[in-house]
Write a protein that binds this ligand. Structure first.
Ligand code: CAA
Length: 394
């Protein structure tokens, strides 16, 4: 069977950052709770002129710069749970600002943080049928629980762009996957609300339960043994959750120890800096692993646990082709994290309030990527394209 999977992948995030130690101090919490208990260092914070589209366009431009034939993009799949419209796909903004061919199909997918994995499996199935075509997946989210809530330290934002193709250079997806779905209310966001509702402790228990169920389904369908997987990336709402998943996974297969701690630590390095970016979080972890681990993954198998509250989960695997290092973007990603400007807690609170009620400001005010969100006028979102980062990506 023709190999299909991720050919190119990159992430972007907002231009501002909040140190979780500052947040802990402001909230009167021992900062070790956030640092050790949740495994966080910082969270990206969008300015009022950044959103899921601006982050998605930046990631999309960088990914598209590595596509030799942009006309081969036949599908744009936008995964998000911080959607900006109840009808129109956010993917159409991406399609427009990236100048993609009008022959593309564009849709938006939703199932909490599982949306990007759904998009990936859908794209892989389509490209297996049409190997000359490519799909662009954008997974972009802003995680919001509300100021002074228990979920507040686990906020963040970011976007990943994935190009799915035949003969991929980054990850060949394997066919077997284990899935699990159950109607639960661990995390949801009712219509008209910008902030998520969450039953925090229940959500962490449900996540681990879904890992067990999807792993068992994976095994029952002939999936490979634990020992045949070099490293697994787990959905990362906060890094400690992925560490707990790794421990639980090892216990499930009767092992004393989870995977190599150095690999797990590498897989979480970007997430510790960005915070939760929902649909993008698992794929940010994959980039972190491939770019930050001093390990050659050529011809090795990686595992993936995707969890979307509500809930749908999937365990799947892929093989990393030799030469994958050529398509990574470690410098661009280091720059993306380092360029962020630190916020004080009062300034973060101002940004937060302004983002919930965007007004129209016709000129860009803040440092930003290639696209500026100007605000809402006549019930329409307005953007201004600033510059191209395509050349910088090569
Ligand atoms: N020093 C070190 N550690 C400390 C500490 C201190 N001073 N104080 C507390 N801790 C530890 C606690 O022992 C705990 O660790 P364990 O879980 O290992 O026992 C950890 O810090 C967190 O403490 P609490 O459980 O008391 O924290 P909390 O009740 O304030 O809330 C949370 C934690 C439930 C994760 C909350 O932040 C939340 O609701 N977040 C959003 C929901 C979420 O992320 N759920 C994850 C699963 S759902 C999912 O994955 C989908 C998604 O993306 C949202």
């Amino acid at each position: 069977m023709i190999p299909v999977g991720i050919d190119v992948m990159t992430f972007s995030t907002a231009h501002f950052v909040l140190d979780v130690e500052d947040l802990a101090t402001a909230r009167g919490v021992d900062f070790q709770k956030y640092r050790t208990g949740l495994g966080l260092e910082a969270m990206s914070v969008p300015s009022p002129q950044e959103d899921i589209i601006t982050m998605g366009v930046e990631a999309g431009q960088r990914a598209m710069a590595r596509v030799a034939d942009p006309a081969s993009i036949r599908f744009v799949l936008f995964a998000t749970e911080s959607s900006i419209d109840q009808s129109k796909s956010a993917g159409i903004y991406i399609h427009h600002f990236l100048g993609l061919p009008s022959s593309c199909r564009v849709i938006e997918l939703k199932q909490a943080c599982y949306g990007a994995t759904a998009a990936l499996q859908l794209a892989v199935a389509i490209i297996r049928q049409n190997p000359q075509e490519r799909a662009l997946i954008i997974a972009s989210d802003v995680a919001r629980y509300g100021l002074r809530t228990k979920g507040e330290p686990t906020q963040g934002c970011g976007a990943v762009a994935l190009i799915v193709s035949a003969h991929p250079r980054l990850l060949q997806l394997e066919e077997t996957s284990g899935t699990y779905t159950r109607h639960i209310m661990d995390f949801w966001r009712p219509n008209g609300q910008d902030e998520a509702c969450v039953d925090g402790r229940y959500s962490t228990i449900s996540y681990l339960d879904a890992l067990e169920k999807s792993w068992k389904d994976f095994q029952s369908r002939g999936g490979v043994a634990f020992e045949e997987i070099a490293c697994t990336c787990y959905h990362t709402p906060f890094p400690r959750m992925a560490e707990k998943a790794s421990t639980r996974h090892a216990k499930l297969v009767g092992r004393e120890k989870s995977l190599d701690p150095a690999l797990l630590s590498a897989a979480l390095r970007y997430n510790r800096q960005v915070g939760n970016c929902y649909t993008a979080a698992l794929y940010v972890s994959l980039l972190s692993l491939l770019e930050q681990a001093s390990h050659d993954f050529s011809d090795q198998r990686l595992g993936f646990f995707s969890y979307g509250s509500g809930c749908v989960a999937e365990f799947f695997t892929g093989i990393v082709p030799p030469g994958y290092q050529e398509v990574l973007f470690p410098e661009a990603h280091a720059h993306t994290l380092e360029r962020r400007l630190p916020l004080t807690v009062p300034r973060y609170e101002e940004f937060y309030a302004q983002s919930l009620h965007p007004t129209f400001v016709p000129t860009p005010h803040y440092p930003m990527g290639p696209l500026c969100f100007l605000g809402i006028r006549d019930q329409q979102r307005h953007y201004s394209l600033m510059s191209s980062i395509a050349q910088k990506a090569s």
